[in-house]
Design a protein around this ligand. Structure first.
Ligand SMILES: [Zn+2]
Ligand SMILES: [Zn+2]
Length: 387
């Protein structure tokens, strides 16, 4: 049930910050900045503050409750022929439509997945993209308004105490509690403006170019492949900034597209991106190196028994760490000097059940078995991206 998504630390913090900023701004406006009975401007200030709150909450709840749009389990395309061009998800036991990816946190394949957002406790994807972006826009706007109210209230109080400013009416006593509450609200509002403002700018770029973060990474890889002699790759969904924008921001407040297919540029089809992804996976498999585990590893993120350098140089990634037992075999796809990333070789039964164990582990625990065509590079660059 999607309502359960709200019962999580991320949505709780987002709502807490919103309410603190709104309540402090309203109390400031009512008691100290624009006492209602003296100023019509004060009433408008309260109305506008409340409109921001309503817009923030509307888009926040829609983004959470609507969800990103999950691909049905065991999904197959209408045209059986398309199956060979699509990626298969062993966890959802179905094909991934173009632009869909499997989210580890949601444990489902997500339509046009951008990223998993802890603040809404679900993914930002096809279905909730519009509401998510509008939430990212209105949250800083509302916070700018609240911050101005709080700063002016503090400023007026300082001036009033210094007898440099006279209120038209006797103000309610502005005590120490009110002072600290205002300082806290200012801090929360400022933090939200900066942090959410940066996220909004990133999302704006994603919408204008019609390339999610994951798709940008696929394009970078495709360009790398072209540089190595592969045929040039045309990204199919970038229709120009106006059309791209209207797919997400429109009067219906609903994203265009079915979640399975989108309009594409000339010379491409909806399968173009999936075909490129399959090619990239095929090449990656060629680079895979087999390792044998010679030392067990508990799966701890900071394994102090595996040496100081292993502890210090942990991969900067939220990808999982995997438990190792002596004798296990691992197919490694990338790594750094102290850590490797790969899939555990499972028994046939486990593979048939769709089980997959994939993640990071210390390099010193394993011994290379197969000679590599090209070894995983010793760069931290490899720790950044997902498969
Ligand atoms: Zn899946
Ligand atoms: Zn997710």
């Amino acid at each position: 049930m999607s309502l359960w998504r709200l019962v999580h630390i991320g949505p709780f913090i987002a709502l807490f910050v919103t309410f603190v900023c709104y309540c402090v701004a309203v109390i400031d406006s009512y008691l100290w900045l624009f006492p209602l009975h003296t100023s019509k401007f004060g009433i408008w200030n309260l109305i506008i503050l409340t409109i921001w709150l309503a817009l923030i909450l509307r888009n926040f709840f829609f983004a959470v409750l609507l969800g990103p749009g999950f691909v049905p389990l065991e999904w197959t395309p209408d045209d059986k022929d398309d199956e060979k061009y699509l990626q298969y998800c062993f966890i959802c036991k179905g094909y991934k439509p173009p632009r869909a990816h499997h989210c580890r946190a949601c444990k489902r394949c997500v339509m046009k997945m951008d990223h998993h957002c802890p603040w809404i406790n679900t993914c930002c994807g096809h279905q909730n993209h519009t509401n998510f972006v509008l939430f990212l826009f209105f949250a800083p706007v509302g916070c700018i308004h609240a911050l101005i109210v709080c700063i002016f209230t503090l400023l007026y109080q300082l001036l009033w105490r210094a007898e440099m400013y006279q209120y038209a009416v006797a103000p309610v006593h502005f005590g120490v509690n009110a002072f600290f509450l205002n300082i806290i609200a200012c801090g929360l509002a400022f933090g939200t403006i900066v942090a959410v403002g940066v996220l909004f700018a990133q999302q704006l770029k994603i919408i204008i170019t019609n390339k999610t973060g994951i798709e940008q990474w696929i394009i970078d890889k495709a360009e790398e492949r072209t540089g190595q002699g592969a045929p040039p790759f045309t990204y199919p969904y970038d229709l120009g900034y106006k059309k791209n924008l209207s797919q997400i921001i429109n009067w219906n407040c609903r994203p265009q597209g079915s979640g399975y297919s989108w309009p594409v540029v000339e010379g491409c089809t909806n399968l173009t991106l999936s075909i490129e992804q399959l090619e990239q996976k095929r090449e990656k498999r060629k680079r895979t190196v087999l390792f044998l585990v010679k030392e067990s590893y508990s799966g701890w993120w900071c394994p102090c028994t595996k040496g100081l350098c292993t502890c210090i140089r942990i991969p900067i990634s939220d990808e999982p760490r995997i438990r190792l037992e002596v004798g296990d075999k691992i197919e490694v796809t990338r790594g750094s000097h102290y850590w490797l990333y790969g899939n555990k070789v499972l028994s046939e039964t486990e593979s048939n059940e769709g089980k997959r164990v994939r993640g990071w582990f210390p390099r010193r625990c394993v011994l290379r078995l197969s000679p590599p065509r090209s070894m995983p590079n010793d760069t931290d660059e490899n720790t950044k991206k997902k498969d």
